[in-house]
Design a protein around this ligand. Structure first.
Ligand SMILES: [Mg+2]
Length: 179
């Protein structure tokens, strides 16, 4: 089976607004251009994955169930906007967790690349042709450590960056200009 390239997206402050540890559905709000970007990726037939540090679980600020509930709401909102989120991988650990099992030096907390490796194995993704996008250097670094291209989201609109990424990495090559 041929491996496919994909888009890996950070969640907080890349797709959704986060002014702290966000887990309440009532506070859900897209980042500017995020819904349009998800639609654009879906229409370009590019699988979209979310890789997100959720250290609030390890710190006891919210539960894993609360995070899943929030993510389900986001997945539904993406579908309503014409987008599609294939899968979400999260890291629950945090170095400041009071629980020693949650304060471990894990391989999944970005900039570690574990979340990307897990998704790539599960979904047969070609990491070397994939792109990681996030608002922090640790997102880009996680992508680089996993072997993907990395883009720091600094634009006013995520859709502007989506256009650029599709143009740079997912546009068909014009191998036969005379055809
Ligand atoms: Mg972020």
């Amino acid at each position: 089976m041929m491996k496919k390239p994909a888009i890996f997206l950070d969640r907080d402050n890349t797709l959704i607004q986060d002014n702290g540890y966000i887990f309440e559905v009532e506070k859900f709000a897209w980042i500017n251009g995020a819904a349009a970007a998800l639609k654009r990726f879906h229409e370009a037939n590019i699988p979209v994955f979310i890789v997100t540090n959720q250290g609030g679980i390890g710190r006891g600020i919210f539960s894993e169930d609360q995070m899943h509930h929030f993510n389900s709401h986001m997945i539904a909102a993406a579908r309503n906007a014409g987008g599609f989120i294939t899968d979400i991988a999260f890291c629950p650990h945090h170095p400041l967790s009071p629980d020693p099992a949650m304060a471990i030096a894990c391989s999944c907390r970005k900039p570690e690349p574990g979340l990307l490796f897990n998704l790539a194995q599960k979904w047969k993704i070609d990491l070397s042709a994939s792109v990681m996008i996030g608002d922090r250097d640790s997102d880009v670094e996680a992508g680089h450590r996993a072997g993907t291209y990395g883009y720091l989201f600094t634009q006013n609109s995520l859709d502007d960056l989506a256009k650029q990424v599709i143009s740079n990495h997912f546009s068909p090559k014009t191998e036969n200009a005379n055809a």
